[in-house]
Design a protein around this ligand. Structure first.
Ligand code: GLU
Length: 316
């Protein structure tokens, strides 16, 4: 087994993504597998200086090691460009000059419950080339991947079981290269997972809608499709995905306050049906006999004040 840790240096590691990393690590290390690390630093404007170094320090502190040197995704531009050329040469891409506001106006009312509508296909077949798109709109085009309207993608998720998705209905033609020419997340992740020899992708449920798109890209590029394992998220007491609004749950905060790492790991373990009722623990202790099936199916809810309790004992 070969998985990867793929932190984005757009924000700090917090109790939510640390729990996903812990489970990823346990799955790999209990199977004697390999775990390279990739810093997903492609989202230029949102990358926070120092966040990558801090994520590495947080992982080390928690006791989550990885194999080899970290791969910076921003160094992979030539490989991303080569993949884009291949897709373009195969007639699978088209230039798109739509702005977000235009897409929202053109889309019909979002379907009940899903909150987003698929790209309505405004630029599909509209321009013969990027030059034409530029000349007609005065904008630099992004590139979209054509999604076959009838294509259903099915895969066996290592945690959720069988998943079926029809990307044309959920997302539509999607962006693989941004206006600045750089690869979008969907493309970069597929190209870099193949480069790093990743055969198992472990990540949060929030990325589940991306998986069918990534499977389509693997097919188009002739890359092997990894096994996917999507884990439930940690949510705040209001049911929303854990974020700043729920208080400061950054790993660095506990580290800097002198909380023992074992206490933080104990909480992450308790959320995952592991360890001993939240008692202090370490990844290495949880590794023996680790079984993904012991992990509760539902989302984890951060109890109000849980992070204060982690700090609590130190304040007397
Ligand atoms: N970098 C992404 C994140 O931190 C993970 C991407 C992936 O696992 O495919 O959310």
């Amino acid at each position: 087994m070969r998985s990867r840790l793929a932190p984005s240096p757009t924000g700090a590691l917090h109790l939510g993504n640390a729990r996903t990393f812990l489970l990823n690590w346990l799955l790999v290390r209990s199977a004697g597998g390999a775990l390279p690390l990739r810093i997903e630093d492609l989202d230029g404007p949102r990358v926070k200086p120092g966040a990558a170094a801090e994520a590495l320090e947080d992982l080390r502190w928690l006791g989550l090691d990885f194999d080899g040197e970290p791969l910076l995704q921003s160094t992979r531009a030539p490989a991303h460009a080569a993949a884009l050329h291949r897709l373009e040469a195969a007639g699978l891409l088209y230039p798109c000059v739509c702005t977000r506001a235009e897409i929202e106006r053109a889309a019909s009312a979002p379907q009940e419950g899903d909150g987003t509508a698929p790209y309505p296909g405004t630029c599909r077949g509209r321009f013969a080339s990027a030059e034409e798109a530029r000349a007609a709109s005065g904008r630099e085009p992004a590139w979209r991947f054509r999604v076959d309207p009838d294509r259903e993608v099915a895969f066996e998720d290592g945690f959720r079981g069988p998943v079926r998705d029809r990307p044309a209905r959920t997302c539509g033609d999607f962006v693989v290269a941004k206006r600045d020419g750089g690869a979008a997340y969907q493309l970069a992740v597929v190209v870099d997972d193949a480069f790093q020899g990743v055969d198992t992708v472990v990540r949060g449920d929030d990325l589940l809608p991306s998986t069918a798109l990534q499977i389509l890209l693997c097919g188009a590029l002739g890359l092997p499709v990894p096994r996917h394992v999507h884990l439930p998220l940690v949510r705040g007491p209001d049911g929303r995905r854990l974020a700043k609004r729920h208080g400061d749950t950054r790993i660095a905060r506990f580290r800097e306050a002198g909380v023992p790492a074992e206490r933080v790991v104990g909480l992450l373990a308790a959320w995952s049906g592991l360890g001993n009722g939240g008692e202090a623990s370490a990844p290495d202790l949880l590794r023996r006999g680790f079984d993904l099936r012991a992990v509760p199916r539902g989302d984890v809810v951060l109890a109000a004040g849980a992070e204060e309790r982690l700090l609590g004992g130190l304040r007397g």
